[in-house]
Write a protein that binds this ligand. Structure first.
Ligand code: ZN
Ligand code: ZN
Length: 226
């Protein structure tokens, strides 16, 4: 089956930009993990076009958390594919429009985000397709990572991101609860991960555990200093 986006590991394609979206394909199933900040999801459309695969083949849209850069394209992909949308229960109201999306006021003026119905609200430990839902709150209170135990793949969203060859947390100002975001790193560390696919930065395909350890060591100093 064709990889959609830039190939990372078997079945995984990255749609790179300021924020990453990923396409995961296994068997006859196609999952889109996050949807880019483009309201028409154009980077996603382009990746599918280039692979010669119809966007309608997306069966499930997995959202790591309700931030505009990850979810703004969801409406357009859902319209084109009728895929089911899934995100954590806590972030669902911000995705489906029941509550306002948390973002800097200045962005609210020029970024219109169309709500999209959430077909499935997720909880820690849920199984969705081949993935286990790993609740890793802090960046948002509904932040989740999607873990594929068989393949040891982790789509980490913004629970941990990559920058300049290191794992890091996203800018502290965007965190709903920074101490929680720091303690959620321990949850991620318990997983066996060979391939880490972050919401920002480049995928990490080796040394995930030591890189996470390094972040966990410096996180209290870097993020929690009073
Ligand atoms: Zn975010
Ligand atoms: Zn982000």
């Amino acid at each position: 089956m064709a990889v959609i986006g830039t190939p990372v590991v078997e079945g995984v394609g990255r749609i790179a930009g300021f924020v990453n979206a990923y396409v995961f394909r296994e068997g006859s199933d196609t999952y889109l993990i996050d949807t880019t900040m483009n309201k028409n999801a154009n980077p996603v459309r382009k990746a599918f076009d280039k692979a010669g695969v119809s966007l309608s083949s997306v069966g499930t849209i997995l959202l790591t958390h309700a931030h505009v850069d990850h979810i703004r394209g969801a409406h357009a992909v859902e319209q084109a594919s009728h895929a089911g949308v899934a995100c954590h229960e806590v972030d669902a109201p911000a995705v489906d429009g029941r509550s306002p999306l948390r973002m800097p006021p200045v962005m609210r003026w020029f970024l219109r985000v169309r709500p999209v119905a959430v077909g499935r609200s997720l909880h820690d430990g849920d199984t969705i397709g081949p993935f286990r839902v790993v609740y890793a709150p802090g960046h948002t209170m509904g932040e989740v990572a999607f873990y594929h135990p068989g393949r040891r793949i982790l789509f980490s969203g913004d629970s941990v991101v990559e920058r300049k060859g290191k794992l890091t947390l996203p800018a502290a100002g965007f965190a709903a609860d920074l101490p929680k975001a720091v303690s959620s790193l321990d949850i991620l560390r318990k997983l066996q991960v060979d391939t880490l696919l972050p919401g920002h930065g480049v995928p990490v395909t080796r040394d995930v555990a030591p890189m996470l350890d390094e972040l966990i060591r410096r996180a209290p100093r870097d993020y929690l200093r009073a």
